[in-house]
Design a protein around this ligand. Structure first.
Ligand code: XUL
Ligand code: CO
Length: 444
């Protein structure tokens, strides 16, 4: 591929300089090439850059248009601009040392007047992405389709009351699956977008859920027919843009998938800010998915403690991330998933350099959390405490309960004749919080 002009000329590839470095444009904890358990840190953490925020985000909000004006966004032909934007994006992926990227179809190529035109635009940018992937080694973590921005989707895509819109969405996802496969995408994400409702006065909830399930079954069938090997992921979110989204959280997602016989084909892409919008902690959502063997990938971000909407901020809360990492590592990792920065700059952060500061902070926080979680698990104190707490189920009548070999009659007899009153035992929460604080303070 021809060497393109540099879009971040003043910024050199970000290097690991250690926790004491005064260079803001260096990693303090993320040491990409460090080998841990036979794998580089890059291979463990599988960081990914979200195209829509990093390269399509302009800082607009309900009170005003964008504030972020990128120097490469010049010209009149939308496809040519999209190509240059992609050049800038791949330069960024390399300089920030991210091994993966993610996109929605409409992030990378402009929507045309017809679906056929949109597909042609997409093909041109997919060819360009293929060249960039080959030249840089950056890979596609997942692809997806934007089924929420265009006005045709204002009442949903697969849950739209109009079958015409369902059909259009199906055609769009077919193409998004084709291009995700062409780019070697390791997963494909379904975020419900506008799959939900604003008012039951105009909504048949049962029919909408049936249609959503029909759509996902069609996606599974189509993926099989083209031998797409990527993992399908559902990304739950309780609200926004609609008041009530069908994939509310991981637990309701699991129930939905099992109700419609889809559970074998899907795992979960868990987003931190979506977890908190649902009234859960990030780690809770990870644990629920892991318990069902359905932990897939992470959309790494954070909300704001004082705001009740999806602020998609970069997460530098090492405590929260360490707890999440403990759950991820306990579950055996993310497999084909990764840590995708579904996070955006604040509206006044208008310089290209801010993109670097934001991602450096997010990557460093995760890298530190990864190391801390490994230490905590290796030390075993926490694991041992929890194991001891449930030890009464490991033998005797406790084991018989867990293995469902006893019923109410037998247990009734046991309590009346032998066991009597249980002896309460402290949960030791404060002790455990202090232990965690000590690990955090001592560093990795
Ligand atoms: C929206 C969101 C999406 C998905 C992909 O809140 O998280 O960007 O990650 O459609
Ligand atoms: Co997301």
């Amino acid at each position: 591929m021809k060497k393109a002009k540099a879009h971040f000329p003043k910024i050199r590839p970000i290097a690991y300089e250690g926790p004491k470095s005064a260079n803001a444009l260096s990693f303090k904890h993320y040491n990409p090439d460090e080998v841990i358990d036979g794998k580089t840190t890059t291979a463990h953490l599988r960081f990914s850059i979200a195209y829509w925020h990093a390269f399509r985000g302009v800082g607009s909000d309900p009170f005003g248009p964008g504030t972020i004006v990128r120097p490469w966004e010049k010209g009149t032909d939308a496809v040519s601009i999209a190509r240059i934007r992609m050049d800038a994006a791949f330069e960024f992926f390399q300089k920030i040392r991210a091994p993966f990227w993610c996109f929605h179809d409409r992030d990378i190529a402009p929507e045309g007047r017809t679906l056929a035109q949109s597909n042609r635009n997409l093909d041109r940018l997919v060819d360009h992405a293929k060249d960039h992937q080959k030249a840089t080694g950056v890979k596609l973590l997942w692809g997806t389709a934007n089924l929420f921005s265009n006005r045709r989707y204002m009442c949903g895509a697969s849950t739209n009351p109009d079958a015409h819109v369902f059909a259009y969405a199906a055609a769009q996802v077919k193409k998004a699956l084709d291009v995700t496969q062409q780019l070697g995408g390791e997963n494909y994400v379904f975020w419900g977008g506008r799959e939900g409702y604003e008012t039951l006065l105009n909504t048949n909830l049962r029919r909408e859920q049936d249609h959503l399930a029909a759509f996902l079954h069609m996606a599974v069938d189509y993926a099989k027919s083209i031998s797409f090997k990527g993992q399908f992921l559902i990304e739950p979110k309780p609200k926004e843009p609609t008041k009530h989204q069908y994939d509310f959280d991981v637990a309701s997602g699991i129930a939905f998938l099992r109700t419609y016989g889809l559970e074998k084909h899907f795992k979960f892409n868990i987003e931190t800010n979506h977890a908190t919008l649902a009234g859960h902690t990030f780690a809770h959502e990870i644990e629920v998915a892991a318990a069902a063997g359905m932990l897939g990938s992470i959309d790494a971000n954070a909300g704001d403690e004082l705001l009740g909407w999806d602020t998609d901020q970069f997460n530098t809360n090492v405590r929260e991330l360490t707890l999440a990492m403990i759950s991820i590592l306990r579950a055996g990792g993310l497999g084909s998933g990764g840590l995708n920065f579904d996070a955006k700059l604040r509206r006044p952060s208008i310089d290209p350099e801010d993109l670097f500061h934001a991602h450096i902070g997010g990557m460093d926080a995760y890298a530190l959390a990864f190391k801390l979680a490994r230490r905590i698990l290796a030390d075993g104190k926490l694991e041992q405490f929890v194991a001891n707490r449930y030890a009464s189920y490991d033998a005797g009548y406790g084991r018989d309960i867990a293995q469902r070999r006893l019923g109410f009659r037998e247990l009734n007899k046991l309590v009346l004749t032998k066991l009597g009153e249980p002896k309460p035992c402290s949960g030791r929460q404060e002790y455990l919080e202090n232990l965690l604080a000590q690990y955090l303070a001592n560093g990795a």
